[in-house]
Design a protein around this ligand. Structure first.
Ligand SMILES: [Zn+2]
Length: 493
């Protein structure tokens, strides 16, 4: 008995040592870069952004198809950025999207910076709760206010500021720089970005990488610390909605059958909520946790560095919150439920719509199979809802020169010394995926520190960008577009 206990104690000690070694052996490379803080005319920059925010470029819809506001924005940009419009080739694609080409000196794969001109509407009745009106273009309290300030006109204007600035210094890029500003990102990008990507493809354009909106910098995302975390999207989840329909002969409610159309459908929806697609760590997630590990408390560090053993525990912790749960699995969200016409009439038809955000690694076909198997009821018709759907994207590499370049540019313009940079999967869709045929390297990132208040203003009230963050953005694009004159970033352990 004593020997067994001794053996057990020995095994436990070895295990603890292995886990400890794992925890402290994980050296996450840090890119050492020289700070890059060129002086900027922030007052003029913020006025230009504010003027662009004052034009309500709501995504066109069948009910409101006018593109007038976009043409207004085009004219404004032309006036605001004369050098860009003098030196770059510019074409209007799909009626209102803008594609610019800044010709490089060499014949090498270019870079494409994407942003979108369109904005989401302001919910009726909420305008009064904005500190400054959403479409007034106000610079106040150290920020530029208005719908689109974060999503995504700041990025669009900051890219143009950077190019204008470099043109003033007679800089010419080594390889082509493409600027692609879609006009329907908020309603899928199926016109603008898709048309621009197709155009480039027809012309045989090859890209080094694409950078679009997506991740950002957040505080407090790493448990127990305030270490800032910059997440760069290397993939995006898929999207599909399924319609479930149960039919019944109907009739008088005084003589109901044992199972009505409503009961049958309710059961199906409940089953889908109970039996969700399984959760799992993707390679992207493992890398994110690996990069976070050195910055958390010692015990958490041991846990995060030994996922081979602790994955079930970490998974349990992550699935406790909807936001982190959604990063682990294909999500199931019943969003519509319709049936019945009167309290004493049996419904002849009950219909529900369930929206799924498809995890990278799953497929829409797999979701359909899962739904059929889970419901297991021939009395319910299942069909893919017309309209928008997309498979999960491919995963772009993070051990990659393009990723390293984005990371180095970010570090050089960021005041946070402890900044952790990691790949992640964006849960919402972006225009980036439409460029997949032109390069396997699609990255999604806005160099902005998103406080909880700013995050809430995304598609919400009081959308704004602090001036310091806008400066960071412009410097970031400047650094990214500058020809590689400085010594390349050095990787250190
Ligand atoms: Zn956006």
């Amino acid at each position: 008995m004593k020997r067994v206990l001794r053996g057990f104690a020995f095994a436990l000690a070895v295990l603890l040592i292995v886990m400890g070694v794992n925890a402290w052996r994980v050296a996450v490379p840090v890119v050492a870069v020289a700070p890059f803080r060129p002086a900027l005319d922030t007052a003029a920059m913020s006025r230009r952004l504010a003027a662009a925010l004052a034009i309500p470029t709501l995504s066109a819809t069948p009910e409101a198809p006018s593109l007038e506001r976009f043409f207004e924005l085009h004219a404004l940009l032309r006036a605001q950025f004369p050098r860009v419009h003098g030196a770059l080739e510019r074409e209007v694609v799909a009626n209102a999207s803008l594609l610019y080409r800044w010709k490089g000196r060499g014949d090498c794969p270019g870079v494409l910076l994407a942003a979108h001109q369109d904005v989401v509407p302001v919910e009726p009745g909420t305008e009064a709760s904005w500190t400054h009106p959403p479409f007034a273009g106000v610079v106040a309290e150290g920020a530029v206010w208005g719908r689109g300030a974060l999503d995504d006109k700041a990025s669009l204007l900051a890219i143009l500021e950077a190019v204008e600035h470099l043109l003033a210094q007679d800089v010419r890029p080594e390889c082509d720089v493409w600027l692609a500003f879609g006009h329907d990102e908020e309603v899928s990008g199926l016109e603008g970005a898709v048309a621009m990507a197709a155009l480039l493809r027809r012309r045989g354009v090859v890209l080094d990488y694409v950078l679009d909106e997506g991740g950002a910098i957040t505080l407090g995302a790493i448990p127990g610390t305030t270490t800032p975390l910059a997440t760069i999207g290397v993939a995006e989840k898929g999207y599909v909605s399924l319609r479930l329909v149960a039919r019944d002969a109907g009739g008088h409610s005084s003589m109901p059958p044992r199972r009505t159309a409503i009961g049958r459908l309710a059961r199906a929806v409940a089953l889908l909520e109970e039996h969700r697609p399984s959760a799992d760590f993707s390679p992207v997630q493992r890398e994110l946790l690996r990069r976070i590990a050195p910055h958390v408390e010692p015990l958490q560090r041991v846990v995060l560095s030994n996922l081979w053993l602790t994955a079930p525990l970490v998974e349990r912790l992550l699935t406790a919150q909807p936001a982190s749960d959604a990063t682990l699995r294909t999500t199931t969200a019943p969003t519509l439920f319709h049936a019945g016409i009167k309290d004493n009439v049996l419904a002849q038809r009950a219909e529900a719509v369930v929206n799924f955000r498809v995890r990278v690694g799953d497929r829409i076909d797999g979701v359909l199979a899962h739904v059929r198997e889970t419901i297991d009821d021939d009395g319910i018709a299942i069909e893919v809802l017309d309209g928008f759907r997309s498979e999960p994207s491919a995963v772009s590499a993070w051990e990659d020169p393009a990723f390293a370049r984005i990371e180095a540019a970010l570090r050089s313009v960021s005041p946070e010394p402890e900044l952790v940079v990691a790949p992640y999967v964006t849960s919402g869709g972006t225009d980036a995926r439409h460029y997949a045929a032109l390069t396997p390297r699609l990255y999604r990132f806005l160099p902005v520190l998103m406080t909880p208040e700013l995050l809430a203003s995304f598609h919400g009230n009081n959308e704004r960008i602090p001036l310091a963050e806008y400066e960071r953005m412009v410097r970031f694009y400047l650094r990214l577009l500058q020809p590689a004159t400085a010594s390349p970033a050095q990787r250190q352990s």
